[in-house]
Design a binder for this molecule. Structure first.
Ligand code: ZN
Length: 281
């Protein structure tokens, strides 16, 4: 009986010491600081990357490409970006996606067909996915299927225009991350010549066509829009070591990310992935 009482007493003392300890802690604890959740409030929710295939930066201007020019005015840009060596479509896009040169990624040929092995390195879509974005890749050349990996929720090859698919994708109320590849200049260049009237007409048409998509993203807000290209060309030629062939523009626009440091930056196509990672983190 005495042992039983002693145990009860010990238990009582133990419980009391815990209660008193908590009470003392509650009285003396400093109030938790109120930390504004900047990471959520000021983070990008809509990422749109547009690659206009074969766009020569010197073709851009307030009359030839009004809507792209408006993006340049609002944001930051460089018109002296450099492509891969050699400056070819799949090599350059692989560099954009992975941040690796052709030698580093091992993708040194410019071809791919369905059934062949796809990109192995992590891409900018892995970054987007890890940050909680829904991801979409819409492209207009079959060989870019090489870049489709498991981090892409929705992807579609359209031989025609893929702007509509991107607009459909952005109806998703979640955080969206989209890469849109647009063809047209890569046909006008070799057939009619880079900077020819036919080439400039095609650019005017592309610029008009992407306007509703840009407007949609700007209206959604908390956006980062990047417009770039894979390479340029000269005469009817591209992919050579002529300096024009390697040129490409980089245009960035955002309503919440400061972009001034990117103005006239020295840009190489392998830097796209890290620029996006820096902007989103
Ligand atoms: Zn190309």
């Amino acid at each position: 009986m005495q042992l039983h009482n002693a145990l009860r007493q010990m238990f009582f003392l133990l419980v009391m010491s815990i209660v008193m300890g908590l009470a003392v802690n509650l009285v003396h604890a400093d109030p938790l600081p109120v930390i504004a959740d900047w990471s959520t409030e000021n983070s990008v929710e809509n990422v749109l990357i547009i690659s206009i295939d074969a766009l020569h930066p010197k073709a851009l201007g307030p009359k030839t490409s009004t809507n792209i020019h408006a993006l340049m005015d609002k944001g930051a840009y460089t018109l002296t970006g450099r492509s891969t060596s050699p400056p070819l479509t799949l090599l350059s896009h692989t560099a954009m996606f992975t941040g690796l040169t052709p030698n580093e990624s091992g993708k040194t040929d410019n071809g791919w067909q369905p059934g062949q092995s796809r990109v192995k390195a992590e891409t900018l879509f892995n970054t987007g996915k890890s940050l909680g974005f829904s991801t979409g890749f819409f492209y207009s050349k079959e060989k870019l299927g090489f870049l489709v990996n498991g981090a892409i929720d929705r992807h579609k090859l359209s031989n025609g225009f893929s702007v509509e698919q991107a607009m459909e994708f952005f109806k998703n109320p979640e955080k969206n991350f989209c890469f849109l590849h647009i063809s047209g200049l890569d046909q006008a260049g070799p057939t009619e010549g880079w900077m020819s009237p036919g080439y400039m007409e095609e650019l005017f048409y592309i610029d008009e066509s992407i306007a509703p998509l840009i407007k949609m993203i700007e209206n959604k807000g908390k956006y980062l829009i990047i417009l770039t290209s894979d390479h340029a060309g000269h005469g009817n030629v591209h992919g050579s070591d002529h300096p024009d062939d390697s040129l490409l523009p980089l245009v960035l626009s955002s309503d919440i990310i400061p972009l001034k440091t990117y103005q006239d930056m020295k840009y190489d196509v392998t830097q796209l992935k890290s620029i996006i990672e820096t902007a989103l983190r």
